[in-house]
Design a protein around this ligand. Structure first.
Ligand code: DQA
Length: 143
């Protein structure tokens, strides 16, 4: 089975965007590392990034019946999007929420996630290793 790895707005700028917070690895590095971890665990990985909320919703709908699980870093939509939350709930697949930075060390508005309640696990502040941790969690918990 394949894991859908979804990255949201501004994550295409990883590597150059606020490197003190997000590090120097690029989105390509994230995709490579996550796919390698997934493949090593016997999964495929489909990595999609979009800056558009509706595209993320569409990608989640596309996972229905095709993917075995979801790893999602919805970027700022984490803190605003009921639509993405509802899409995660609708597809009825195990989902892991990842944030590269430790959102609890930052502005107050980053502490609330609309997505956490519909995700099985939440990994924050582990840098890009959070994606590998998410794969590891799915590997250990998927039937
Ligand atoms: C982020 C944290 C969000 O608050 C922020 O809007 C992002 C990235 C992270 O990976 O740390 O775009 O999801």
């Amino acid at each position: 089975g394949s894991i859908l790895v979804l990255n949201g707005p501004n994550l295409n700028l990883l590597g150059t965007r606020e490197p003190a917070i997000y590090g120097s690895a690029t989105l390509d590095d994230v995709a490579t590392l996550t796919a390698a971890a997934a493949n090593a665990a016997g999964f495929g990985a489909e990595c999609i990034q979009s800056n558009h909320e509706g595209d993320l919703v569409d990608a989640l709908h596309g996972a229905r019946g095709t993917a075995v699980a979801i790893i999602i870093n919805a970027g700022a939509y984490t803190h605003t999007s009921v639509a993405i939350r509802d899409a995660i709930a609708a597809v009825e697949l195990p989902a892991v929420e990842v944030h590269i930075s430790n959102v609890h060390q930052r502005e107050e508005f980053r502490r609330h996630s609309y997505l956490s309640a519909v995700c099985q696990a939440v990994i924050v502040g582990a840098g890009i290793h959070g994606y590998e941790l998410a794969v590891s969690y799915l590997d250990k918990t998927l039937p």
